[in-house]
Ligand binder design. Structure first.
Ligand code: ADP
Ligand code: MG
Length: 694
């Protein structure tokens, strides 16, 4: 039996290790920096660095790296060894405070969206002491923020930390109004549930589209899909169980609270959910989780697919971002609580979230926009591209009773007066009850379900934190100094419910009638990434982020440029991959099979009846004709896309022309797959991929 508690966090320079290894005053100074975000003195950093290095070397580490999250969406690291020459051809292992707190990677090869001119290649990485250092593959990894020479953020961590500061500041103002003087900080917490597919490595290696783009660009529907619903929560196959076990153990060593694992709805699809933690750590941990998912799969001769839509016609993968606010004293601010006073406070925070989601729908939508996620949102399996909130019947009734002044029927006709009644504890939304809402209240937290499986959770949380911070700041502005505080809170709650009714929707988000209804309500429905990104730089969004110091306008402009470029590049790679596959594999296979059929027609005519062979040959020849024409059209639109100078126009063109030309071509390839002999078909089919792990 493995000693899991001893294993847990064994590769993390966590609080227990720091306390054991650092002199008391140094430990105290570091704790202060970590909990209050204060500046770290170099002499303190020197002692911490030496202790970290000794600990890491004892664990077998030889290198260190500043681990950061550039705008590529994945993490980056450059390894430096600890060795330092001391004369006589000898070395010692050394690591200084300066090396710990700051790095200077050559930043010119990371996306900057024009922020950093190529002549100024330097970028800086700065230690984020709020996320603990850890050892990965013999390297001490130091979580860092990454910025340009002039101080602009070039990564996802910096704005995330800024958004956490913003919401901390505004939430504390509200708490103080309720007489809370003990809370020193308000932190946002996140538990991201991660979905993924697992396929056999040998089969995967025969699909260049999976290798280059992460998804299948064609593939006819398999005879068995997810219709029997026999995969969800089904028993784990031994190979999958062994993989998940090793994954859990490696995650635990890194202090990641991997908790739940199960089969998902689609064949070959699975999910892993950790226990929630502070947002920036949850973000780091989610990045590590995705990295380890891929790496460990490889060890098991498997491949982990993190793409949002690896297979058309089969559910895609998302990431449910469970989000709440809590004080450093452990109180969850989205928990209804047990006294009338708690209720009023809960209601006010609830209103802040409702109003933030309504007012900043577009920003939230933009935060989950990507080429991959476009296949999910609105595709009848994931929340629609329309942002709305599910509150559940009970909470909705409570809010209705408050806003209309009527009695609340659910609990023996209670009169809902804020500050007088105790709200009921709302049952946790079992996912069966509503899984179609993009933003659902689940008892004591909200679940933002529109995130894609590949993306960093940083963007979504940056928007969520900042938007809620803004509404809290407006609430605080209006309530501070109020002589009739509770009455004013009550009025504010009522007004907010009435003003933002339109964002609340408890029905089926997959239903077509919702699209029409949402339009009537004036909710936005930004269907694709280029459309969503069109709303990125609106005056309202720019003023939100600049007001709270989360982004400068320049940073936003550069980010928009990166997102647009990324979208275009992704579609370009997909189109080129499809062109290659059709030209080099599908067309030759179809031609080969046609020759075989022609011979079969001749042979069959010897026996007096070649009608079947002839009919099949004609059908395939006609499809082959379509294939050639559609391939030429795709080549043509891709070529034209290269000539468009403006990225925002280019993105729209990719969506309108290239994306549809790819879909057109796919229809023909899929039809051919169903008619051509499997002996000739050059790549594994959906059935072979989805049922590749036995
Ligand atoms: P369900 O499985 O019904 O969605 P769970 O209670 O299992 O609900 O929670 C799902 C995820 O939500 C888990 O990752 C869990 O850690 C996380 N979670 C629970 N409470 C909070 C909270 N206060 N803040 C953020 N995430 C939370
Ligand atoms: Mg859930």
């Amino acid at each position: 039996m493995k000693d899991i508690p001893a294993l847990f966090g064994s590769l993390v320079f966590d609080d227990a290790v720091m306390r054991a290894r650092l002199p008391k005053d140094i430990y105290k100074a570091l704790r202060k920096t970590m909990s209050r975000g204060t500046h770290l003195e170099l002499d303190v950093a020197n002692v911490v660095a030496a202790a970290m290095k000794d600990w890491a070397v004892e664990k077998g580490a030889t290198h260190f790296t500043h681990w950061f999250q550039p705008m590529t969406g994945i993490t980056a690291e450059k390894h430096d060894s600890f060795i330092s020459p001391v004369g006589d051809d000898k070395i010692i292992m050394e690591f200084s405070g300066k090396e710990l707190v700051r790095g200077e990677p050559d930043a010119s090869s990371f996306p900057s969206g024009g922020l950093r001119a190529t002549f100024e290649a330097r970028g800086y990485t700065a230690w984020d002491p709020t996320s603990p250092a850890f050892i990965k593959d013999g390297t001490l990894c130091i979580p860092t923020a990454f910025c340009s020479y002039t101080g602009e953020a070039l990564d996802k961590k910096t704005p995330l930390l800024r958004s956490m500061e913003a919401i901390d500041k505004q939430a504390l103002r509200i708490l103080r109004l309720f007489g809370n003087v003990s809370a020193g900080r308000v932190l946002t917490t996140v538990g991201p549930e991660q979905e993924y597919f697992i396929v056999d490595k040998d089969v995967y290696l025969q699909r260049p589209d999976l290798i280059y783009t992460g998804r299948t660009l064609f593939g006819a529907r398999p005879p068995k899909g997810q219709e029997l619903e026999d995969h969800y929560f089904g028993a784990l196959k031994p190979k999958i169980a062994a993989y998940m076990q090793e994954l859990d153990e490696e995650l635990w060593k890194l202090g990641i609270l991997a908790k739940t694992k199960h089969n998902e709805v689609a064949p070959a699809q699975h999910e892993l959910a950790p226990i929630f933690t502070t947002t920036n750590i949850a973000t780091d941990h989610n990045q590590l989780t995705m990295e380890l998912m891929r790496k460990i799969a490889d060890k098991h001769e498997l491949v982990c697919l993190l793409h949002e839509k690896p297979f058309a016609g089969i559910n895609g993968s998302g990431k449910h971002n469970n989000w709440s606010l809590s004080t450093d004293t452990g109180a969850n601010l989205l928990d209804p609580g047990e006294t009338p006073y708690d209720n009023a406070q809960f209601l006010l925070f609830l209103m802040a979230v409702i109003r933030a989601v309504d007012e900043y729908q577009d920003a939230l939508r933009t935060s989950v926009a990507s080429a991959g996620n476009d296949h999910r949102l609105g595709a009848n399996e994931a929340p629609p591209a329309i942002i709305s909130i599910f509150l559940g019947e009970e909470l909705t009734e409570v809010l209705d009773a408050i806003s209309s002044g009527a009695d609340y029927k659910g609990r023996e006709k209670v009169h809902m007066e804020i500050g007088v009644t105790v709200l009921p504890h709302f049952p946790k939304d079992t996912t069966d009850r509503n899984r179609t809402s993009p933003f659902a209240f689940t008892g004591n937290k909200f679940e933002f379900r529109a995130l894609g499986s590949t993306a960093s959770i940083a963007e979504a949380n940056i928007v969520l934190n900042t938007a809620v911070a803004e509404i809290l700041s407006q609430f605080a502005d209006s309530l501070e100094g109020s002589p009739s505080f509770i009455a004013d809170v009550a009025a504010l709650v009522k007004k907010t419910i009435r003003d933002h009714q339109r964002i609340i929707f408890n029905g089926n988000g997959y239903d077509d009638s919702w699209v029409a209804e949402a339009q009537k309500r004036g909710l936005s429905n930004l269907k694709s990434t280029p459309e969503a990104l069109g709303a990125y730089l609106t005056e309202k969004n720019v003023s939100l982020f600049t007001k709270h110091g989360v982004y400068t306008e320049k940073e936003m402009e550069s980010r928009l440029e990166i997102y647009l470029e990324n979208y275009c590049k992704t579609l370009n790679i997909e189109a080129l991959t499809l062109i290659d596959l059709v030209s080099q594999k599908i067309t030759p296979a179809v031609n080969g099979y046609l020759c075989e059929l022609a011979a079969a027609v001749e042979s069959a005519s010897v026996f007096g009846d070649s009608a079947a062979q002839l009919a099949l040959g004609k059908k395939i020849a006609a499809l082959a004709g379509d294939l050639g024409r559609k391939l030429a059209s795709l080549e043509d639109v891709v070529f034209k896309a290269h000539g468009i100078g403006n990225t925002s126009e280019e993105a729209r063109y990719y969506r309108e022309a290239v994306f549809s030309a790819m879909n057109e071509l796919r229809i023909t390839v899929d039809a051919l797959e169903l008619s051509v002999s499997s002996e000739w078909w050059p790549v594994p089919t959906y059935a072979e991929l989805l049922y590749s792990v036995i």
